[in-house]
Design a protein around this ligand. Structure first.
Ligand code: G1P
Length: 295
């Protein structure tokens, strides 16, 4: 008898971070609500998950992240105001943030103990199934097939943990989880080791984990058994390192351009890029850019 293939239906969005790099903008407003053109960062990753077939979105929130819950909720007053004004397009925009078949679940991470701790907070909701993790800071402009959708294709075939990776500059390894991996084909490698934020010169490679993961539920047991790691936090990377001892972990070099929207430069670059794709803005904005004196 052939074993039934596992399907990824749930995704976690750890959105409890403080966003200190964007103060004062993030003093009262969550960093995930910063807009890129006209949509908040968190909506881009949720749309990526929807496009990849996810129908349960699990947000790991912290204090003062209420705007994220409101954003994915119904907005009665606004909707009735837009209805009475006959603003049909705006009404549709507000109503269709997520399709009706999607369920949003919110879990409060009481203490900021790191990404691994955030992921572990959703254990009871995820249960015994594979799931995705998407970090809203990493915005990926992937063209026809989104980054997560590409990784889903790998998961469907291989039925194991898949990490989204990209090559970074050797000087940047200290900002990422870095893998040592053996090449399987063009984009796919078998992870032999993984280490959180190794200093330049001490990294096993310059293949960095970008904020997209498909994980098996075995990760929860590992997360409960690892000591605090880099930055005195519970690191997802350390739990993946432990998972490697029992299970296959693959690194997938996704097709697409990634913007680090956790940094001002990445955020501005994403904004310019999305503006140049926007149907109403692209012409006038390109004209405006031409008028800038670039010195
Ligand atoms: C986190 C992870 C790191 C990963 C990165 C991707 O780090 O801990 O392994 O490479 O996300 O963006 P953070 O950026 O939260 O410090």
């Amino acid at each position: 008898m052939t074993e039934r293939k596992q399907v990824v239906r749930k995704a976690e969005f750890p959105v409890a971070g403080l966003g200190t790099r964007f103060l004062p903008a993030t003093k009262v407003s969550p960093k995930e609500m910063l807009p890129v053109v006209d949509k908040p960062l968190v909506q881009y990753v949720v749309e990526e998950a929807v496009a990849a077939g996810i129908d349960v979105m699990v947000f790991i929130v912290g204090r003062s992240k209420g705007a994220i819950l409101d954003h994915f909720d119904k907005a009665y007053e606004l909707e009735s105001e837009l209805t009475s004004r006959g603003a049909g397009d705006d009404l549709a925009t507000v109503r269709n943030i997520v399709p009706p078949h999607v369920t949003c679940v919110y879990i409060r991470q009481a203490e900021a103990l790191g990404l691994g701790h955030a992921v572990a907070c959703a254990k009871a909701v995820i249960g015994d199934e594979p799931f995705a993790v998407l970090l809203a800071d990493d915005m990926i402009d992937a063209g026809r097939s989104s980054c997560l959708a590409q990784m889903m294709t790998v998961f469907e075939d291989r039925q194991c943990t898949v990490l989204g990776v990209q090559t970074v500059q050797p000087s940047e390894t200290g900002d990422y989880g870095i893998v040592a991996a053996s090449v399987i084909n063009d984009r796919l490698s078998l992870v032999d080791a993984i280490v959180e934020k190794p200093k330049a010169g001490q990294a096993p490679s310059n293949l960095a984990v970008i904020g997209r993961y498909i994980l098996t539920p075995a990760i929860f047991d590992k997360l409960e058994n690892i000591p605090r790691g880099a930055g005195d936090e519970i690191q997802l990377t350390d739990a993946i390192a432990m998972l490697l001892e029992d299970e296959t972990v693959l690194a997938y070099e996704f097709e697409g351009k990634r913007y680090d929207c956790g940094s001002k430069l990445g955020y501005l670059s994403a904004t310019v890029k999305q503006s140049l794709k926007h149907p109403d803005l692209k012409g006038p904005f390109a004209e405006f850019l031409k008028t800038l004196e670039l010195t």
